[in-house]
Design a protein around this ligand. Structure first.
Ligand SMILES: [Zn+2]
Length: 258
């Protein structure tokens, strides 16, 4: 089997119970991860012909120095009536039975029901402390094809971001040197993502059927080295401006040369 066929097979095998899982989880208002963190690490391991680290914590996620990140846009919404959090696949609020939903608490209309702001945590301290052993960041993103509770198709993409990415290093350095936490909230498809030169390796759609799933790739190229084109909305921003806008050193006071 080719790598493409192997990845397809593994994803289908490991997600085959999703139709029943979604039913049970939704009944108890528990979010379902279509692809979870540990499975995302396995996808990264297979794509790079390596193994996972054998346990969570300590060292990078994969034996070759890969660090896996997994983000889901299959996110909970807010009930339009009682304001409580309700899982993506629920058609009505389990608390008040309302069928009106919002993506954020303060939203006035019910047009948008999914925040689509899922993020991956990157530890700025580990990034530099263990930089030598780090090979690259690997990122999976799962997005519902429609923001509808009955949605049964999910777009799954996998990118690689070089550890030498200029923007990511400048961002991590600013985060580390700030008096804020060492934790970077990295959002796929947003400005920091595109400035970090993510390289797409696959793009496909997972369809959840009764008792099985099917994964079909629209693009599969582990050899790709060309990073994503920066979308028009981010084309005029540069790395330094983006990092300065995060106000890392606002409270610190800066030494100014006269
Ligand atoms: Zn409610």
């Amino acid at each position: 089997m080719t790598l493409r066929e192997n990845v397809k097979q593994m994803i289908e095998d490991c997600t085959s119970n999703l139709s029943v899982k979604i039913k049970h989880y939704t009944r108890f208002n528990q979010p379902v991860r279509i692809i979870d963190d540990t499975f995302s690490e396995m996808i990264g391991a297979m794509m790079n012909n390596t193994f996972c680290g054998g346990s969570g914590g300590g060292g990078w996620d994969q034996c070759d120095g890969g660090e896996q990140k997994d983000v889901s846009h299959v996110q909970s919404k807010f009930c339009g009536k009682c304001g409580k959090k309700v899982v993506f696949h629920a058609t009505e609020c389990p608390h008040c039975q309302s069928t009106k939903f919002k993506a954020s608490k303060n939203q006035k209309t019910f047009n948008k029901t999914n925040p689509r702001d899922g993020r991956a945590g990157i530890n700025a301290k580990s990034h530099f402390k263990h930089f030598k052993g780090l090979k690259e960041y690997r990122l999976t993103l799962t997005e519902p094809m429609t923001d509808n509770p009955s949605c049964n198709q999910y777009r799954i993409r996998y990118w690689v971001i070089s550890k030498d990415s200029k923007h990511l290093n400048a961002y991590a350095k600013a985060q580390l040197e700030s008096n804020k936490s060492n934790h970077i909230n990295f959002q796929p498809l947003k400005v920091d993502f595109y400035l970090s030169n993510p390289i797409l390796k696959f793009d496909g759609v997972l369809t959840v059927n009764e008792g099985s799933t099917s994964m079909n790739f629209n693009y599969f190229n582990p050899e790709n080295q060309v990073s994503e084109e920066i979308p028009a909305e981010f084309i005029d921003v540069d790395s330094q401006t983006v990092i300065e806008s995060k106000n890392f050193n606002k409270e610190r006071g800066e030494w100014v040369r006269n």
